[in-house]
Design a protein around this ligand. Structure first.
Ligand code: SAH
Length: 350
């Protein structure tokens, strides 16, 4: 059984079925405009009733709907979205001086099962379609008063639940849809894609020459430490990840970001800092450090502030470009998958 799709799954050219249905081309333009504004069928007033009725038969007007909003002290907002099949995903809105970033999910759940992450606790339920990923951006853009030329969302990170490169085709289609000039027209340069390091897919992405910022979740400097945190390392080890990062840089000329969540007793001691510096020496990259967000089901903890400082001192001494990221939205369960899991548990308890 194929799932009934949402209108956001269709690119501008793909809406030409409207003409096949016997309507003039400008109706497709009007529809595309309404879809980009994230209007519901009820809110579209400029299309013939017959056309709306026909569309309703085949397609959902929207891919996601916000069912819960949590506002954090730091102006971040966390959303729970409901999909048309009843599944739940989450996302985070982060305002900055230069614009607003939305963090989107690419899968319901995740099958990577990283030892610290809440998203993989119940495995993968399904991939999101391109339109469901786009719907998250269109939905919050509309919520924040974004209009055609004046977007409310300027930056997107694919850092919510799921592994983007494990849902490759839909993610690539999403990148094309969200950057399309007649649509939201968000520059690919303002989009960050974060991966646990599926190296053949990093190469494939590099070959497509889409200038997105690539973030690689490294989290450990040696194979034994990394395999203990990230099962994917057993399939694609650190050397293959570093090779893929180099290739990505050569093809796109975009500096690669390595994500490194500091975890007590696993990757945050002095030895790890020296190993990391050795591993990355000479590479065109930047390290994003973050103190682990505590996930109770996982049990791992962040190191002390003193240890974080010492780790950064060593990276500095060795000339490795790095920043300590603020854990934004921590008070609204900013870590991937946390909010959704709690929600699902709440619902299960009834
Ligand atoms: N699957 C992609 C996107 C994941 S989310 C990836 O692996 O990169 C974005 C980042 O948050 C990743 O670097 C992920 O490893 C990290 N992360 C997940 N859970 C975390 C936690 N509890 N604390 C800190 N970082 C976490």
């Amino acid at each position: 059984m194929t799932m009934k799709r949402c209108l956001q799954d269709f690119g501008y050219e793909e809406l030409n079925f409207i003409e096949e249905w016997g309507y003039p081309k400008f109706r497709a333009d009007q529809l595309y405009h309404a879809v980009t504004q994230y209007k519901s069928y009820d809110q579209i007033s400029n299309l013939p009733k017959t056309l709306i009725e026909k569309l309703k038969q085949y397609f959902y007007d929207r891919g996601v709907e916000i069912i819960k909003t949590l506002k954090a002290g730091d102006k971040c907002e966390k959303y729970l979205y409901k999909l048309n099949d009843g599944n739940i995903i989450e996302g985070v809105f982060m305002p900055h001086g230069y614009g607003n970033t939305l963090c989107v999910s690419t899968q319901i759940g995740c099958r990577m099962d990283c030892a610290f992450c809440a998203s993989g606790l119940n495995g993968l339920i399904r991939n999101l379609t391109a339109g469901e990923i786009l719907s998250q951006v269109l939905c919050v853009n509309a919520l924040k008063g974004g209009k055609g030329e004046k977007r409310a969302i300027t930056n997107v990170t694919l850092m919510g639940s799921g592994e983007p490169l494990d849902n490759f085709d839909n993610v690539v289609k999403f990148l094309k849809l969200v950057s399309f000039e007649k649509g939201l027209n968000i520059s690919l340069r303002n989009i960050s894609l974060s991966t646990c390091g599926i190296t053949p897919k990093i190469i494939e992405l590099a070959d497509m020459n889409l200038p997105v910022v690539l973030s690689i979740s490294l989290h450990a400097p040696t194979d034994s430490k990394r395999s203990g945190l990230m099962p994917i390392n057993k399939a694609y080890n650190i050397m293959s990840v570093i090779e893929a990062a180099k290739y990505y840089f050569e093809r796109t000329r975009r500096r690669v970001i390595f994500e490194y969540s500091l975890i007590e007793g696993r990757n945050s001691d002095q030895e790890s800092a020296y190993e990391l510096a050795r591993l990355l020496k000479g590479l065109s990259c930047h390290v994003n450090l973050i103190a682990l967000n505590y996930v109770k089901e996982r049990g791992l903890k962040a190191p002390s502030a003193q240890q974080v400082k010492e780790f950064m001192r060593i990276l500095k001494e060795k000339g490795i470009s790095h920043t300590l990221r603020r854990s934004m939205g921590g008070d609204v369960q900013g870590a991937c998958g946390q909010l959704r899991n709690d929600y699902i548990k709440e619902v299960d308890n009834y």
